[in-house]
Design a protein around this ligand. Structure first.
Ligand code: PMP
Length: 383
């Protein structure tokens, strides 16, 4: 099988599987318990917190473990219920749909923009957004500023008119990511995009900014996220983080993976009539591991199924939209062209991807596109 759907889920790394297997035996206890096995489990969680914090330029106390990026996104957006929320149609549905539900007209205002897009790989310059947020004067009064700790101390010490959240799910490990340098207040992460387990994620919340827990009813995560600690999952996340940190994976993506991605792009454009790219390959403009391409008069889902039958695994739009016949909201927002959106395929690479994967794709893809274009009701000359 040629697996080119890493942006949907990266297969778990062998190191992750080993670490989780060992953790099932060693860190089985409830990490909130006061006994020794409980402490053992909690120590491992705190280690994971330190590693993630150091990797992204945060303090360990600014990291909250969650069930994934969707929960992290929901938590930040819902913190700003009733407030102005500025986001883009290119965001993940967990941002767009939550913002549509809870946004209001009060200050402070939340800006939520992802650094790198999951469908096209496009990288956004967050500098302008951070600058816009800084220009908004803090409101004199806001319910968001009023939360206090058990000791009556105000929890929100950083009172501003604008705050910035960024979904860094796709960026982590692929390009250098530092929340301090980005100047953001909240950031979202997910373990299964970096070779860790599905169902584990994290949220960076800068010290002193507004925060409302999404899941209440437990003292875990400093009362910021209730629920028994998912120790084994967090240990898996830790193993994936250690690997990407130690091998400086963003450097490998920038060289090896970029070269593969660009080679596939070049061959597609050269060898397949009616093909075009939805990803800007200029270094710095997109993640090095994502290539989104469209094929005139060929439908994305059909291409995906034919490729699947040949053992080549890719995605159309985003996996989260699977079963949904609407064209990708990201490509619609980016291109405004339903045909381009309907005929798009995302190839996403990992560190295990090889030149022979590209050979295999190019052995079968031109024939598949030609066959689909022949039976299409849209004539090629019209394009
Ligand atoms: N945000 C982005 C940018 C994503 O790519 C994804 C995964 N499709 C998510 C959020 C949701 O992640 P999770 O599966 O961890 O909830």
């Amino acid at each position: 099988m040629v697996y080119l759907d890493f942006a949907a889920t990266a297969p778990m790394l062998p190191e992750v599987l080993d670490a989780m297997h060992e953790a099932e035996g060693r860190f089985f206890a409830n990490a909130s318990a006061l006994h020794t096995p409980g402490h053992l489990a909690l120590n491992e969680i705190e280690h994971a917190r330190e590693v993630l914090a150091e990797l992204i330029g945060a303090k360990p106390t600014e990291i909250i473990f969650t069930s994934g990026a969707s929960e992290s996104n929901n938590t930040v957006i819902r913190t700003f219920s009733g407030c102005q929320i500025d986001t883009s149609p290119l965001e993940h549905h967990s941002i767009i749909e939550t913002a549509a539900k809870v946004a209001g007209d009060k200050l402070p205002k939340l800006y939520s923009y992802m650094l790198a897009n999951n469908e096209t790989g496009d990288i956004l310059d967050l500098g302008e957004i951070v600058a816009a947020a800084q220009k908004i004067p803090a409101p004199e009064k806001s319910e968001l500023f009023e939360s206090v700790s058990n000791w009556g101390k105000p929890l929100v010490t950083d009172r501003r008119g604008g705050y910035v959240h960024s979904d860094l799910t796709q960026a982590l490990g692929k390009i250098p990511v530092n929340v301090h340098e980005l100047g953001i207040d909240y950031a979202t992460f997910s373990a299964h995009k970096i070779g860790g387990p599905i169902g584990v994620g994290a949220l960076y919340v800068k010290e002193g900014v507004p925060f409302t827990p999404l899941i209440v009813g437990g003292n875990q995560e400093g009362k910021r996220r209730g629920g028994t600690y998912n120790t084994v999952g967090i240990v898996g996340f830790l193993a994936a983080l250690l690997k990407l940190r130690d091998e400086k994976s963003w450097e490998l993506y920038d060289t090896r993976v970029r070269e593969l991605r660009d080679r596939l792009a070049e061959r597609i454009l050269k060898e397949i009539p009616g093909s075009s790219l939805n990803t800007d390959l200029t270094p710095g403009k997109s993640l090095p591991n994502i290539l989104n391409a469209s094929f005139q008069a060929a439908e994305g889902e059909s291409i995906q199924l034919y490729l699947d039958a040949e053992g080549v695994v890719v995605s159309t739009g985003s996996a989260c939209a699977a079963g949904d016949i609407k064209p990708s909201h990201v490509l619609m927002a980016k291109t405004g062209d339903a045909e381009v959106a309907h005929s798009s395929i995302r190839f996403s690479f990992g560190l295990d991807s090889t030149a022979s994967d590209i050979e295999k794709v190019m052995e079968v893809l031109p024939g598949i596109i030609e066959r689909l274009q022949k039976i299409s009701t849209i004539k090629m000359e019209e394009k």
